[in-house]
Design a binder for this molecule. Sequence first.
Ligand code: TYC
Length: 102
Amino acid sequence: SEKISIEGDTALLEKRKVKRPSLFKVILHNDDYTPMDFVVMLIKGVFHKTDDEAVQIMLTVHVKGKAICGVYPKDVAENKVDKAMNMSKKEGHPLLCTMQKE
Ligand code: TYC
């Protein structure tokens, strides 16, 4: 936004920066070992997708190697990556979840 103030004969223009937060894609990567049903459960739990959406994303990862699970501000994306990685580590799966600035 901009604000114009007049002081005597001098016009001052003050610029206020309104910055939109950078967004980050959260990406799920394929591997040969993580069970499909576990990936679907993880996508539902972490990314709040429906059963059908979660299956679609899992199959895209399986066939194409990776897929975007969602796009979020940095702190939200970091929390989702953490949650996904902790869930898979806990179960001994090698599933990889990363984030990438848009
Ligand atoms: N490729 C795995 C399998 O055949 C399934 C899988 C899907 C693994 C998505 C990871 O992010 C992943 N069991």
